[in-house]
Design a protein around this ligand. Structure first.
Ligand code: NAD
Ligand code: IPM
Ligand code: MN
Length: 350
């Protein structure tokens, strides 16, 4: 009981639409005696274009004082001449993940009953990707020389520290240990990325020795994409670096019913900072403002948020409502974003 201080960053495009629905569902799901104290932050393309601000330090400082963050999506219209590529993605989203030490980017994938997908016979698909969230090629360690000349050289150096790899690998083993199948697959490209691959492989092997009950497996990223398409049921927990994890989880979404269903948590397992929950998808400029987005991914992200804060029952109630809503969908009958949110909220309310 008590109050949960929630920082809400709806962001851009459909981020705003799906966040409205996630909050609607959170409100009805909130456990008895628990109140959400929301602070809304109007960060994103609009604010940047109006003021030049992406994430002022003072705002970051305020966000830190919350229990959790709910984020919609960031990213403006593509090729807007006033919006340099990456300015919001790096300056807002990645900065939050880095500054708040969200080293576990948790992305569960399940094929829920009755949900149509592209695979004819996928079997029982229920896996979770533990994507490293603070390192890899995302750190901004690189540069460009002789830009615009035929001799241009551009680099994005992948950073992999023993500290950063070990903490995420440990989290993945602990998660695998808690799941019925107790299986962990490391996905990397150790045959080519030999330096990064070596540190991942050695740490994976060393931590495995502490988890004798966890079955381990290794796959190169390219082969992993074959198996994710031909036999996704084989996966339980996958641990991988930041960029591989980004790509894998869009494929994972595609095979499990679409990007509109894929939820995520940017988690700091040490709980020294607020963790941040957001759909895997982006701001979808192609459908923004039309009430065409599926808010389910945002709603399920709110469920992950409640679970993280220790409200497992409320989290499960949202998940059950989503599962029921998905099973009751009529193929081909499109509903508006708000209709889906209303339907899920009504099921949570019982
Ligand atoms: P996107 O995920 O926004 O869209 C990809 C496709 O999926 C589009 O056709 C879109 O209409 C569809 N889609 C996405 N979410 C949907 C939903 N909930 N319901 C139905 N359809 C949905 O990816 P993109 O087009 O590559 O990126 C658009 C912008 O979003 C870019 O600026 C990108 O940098 C940003 N982005 C932000 C995040 C984030 O905030 N976490 C994630 C990915 C992309
Ligand atoms: C995601 C997005 C982000 C990422 C971008 C927008 C920085 O694609 O959350 O999957 O690459 O992590
Ligand atoms: Mn992505």
């Amino acid at each position: 009981s008590g109050a949960i201080k929630l920082a809400v960053i709806p962001g851009d495009g459909i981020g705003q639409e799906v966040t409205t629905e996630a909050l609607k569902v959170l409100e009805v799901a909130s456990p008895a005696g628990v109140k959400f104290e929301q602070t809304r932050y109007d960060l994103g393309a609009e604010r940047y274009l109006a003021t030049g601000e992406v994430l002022p330090d003072s705002v970051l400082g305020e966000i830190r004082e919350h229990d959790a963050i709910l984020l919609g999506a960031v990213g403006g219209k593509p090729n807007d001449p006033n919006l340099p590529p990456g300015i919001l993605e790096r300056g807002l989203l990645l900065r939050l993940r880095f500054e708040l030490d969200h080293y576990v980017n948790l992305r569960p994938s399940r094929i829920f009953p009755g949900v149509p997908g592209p695979l004819a016979d996928p079997g029982e698909v229920d896996f979770v990707v533990v994507r490293e969230g603070t390192e890899g090629p995302y750190t901004g360690n690189g540069g460009a020389l002789r830009v615009g000349t035929p001799h241009e050289v551009a680099t994005e150096v992948s950073v992999n520290t023993a500290f950063g790899v070990e903490r995420v690998v440990r989290d993945a083993f602990a998660r695998a240990q808690r799941r019925p199948r107790k299986k962990l697959t490391l996905v990397h490209k150790t045959n080519v990325l030999v330096n990064a691959g070596s540190v991942w492989w050695r740490i994976f092997q060393a931590v495995a020795a502490e988890y004798p009950e966890v079955t381990t497996d290794y796959m190169h990223i390219d082969a992993a994409m074959i198996f994710m398409t031909t036999d996704p049921a084989r996966f339980d927990v996958i641990v991988t670096d930041n960029l591989f994890g980004d790509i894998i989880t869009d494929l994972a979404a595609a095979i499990t019913g679409g990007i509109g269903l894929a939820a995520s948590g940017n988690v700091n397992p040490d709980r020294t900072t607020p963790s941040m929950f957001e759909p895997v998808h982006g701001s979808a400029p192609d459908i923004a403002g039309q009430q065409k987005a599926d808010p389910t991914a945002a709603v399920l992200s709110a469920s992950l948020l409640l679970d993280h804060l220790g409200h497992a029952d409320a989290a499960a109630a949202i998940e059950t409502a989503v599962v029921e809503d998905l099973a009751a969908r009529t193929p081909g009958a499109a509903r508006r974003t708000s209709e889906i949110g209303d339907a899920i909220a009504a099921r949570v309310a019982g």
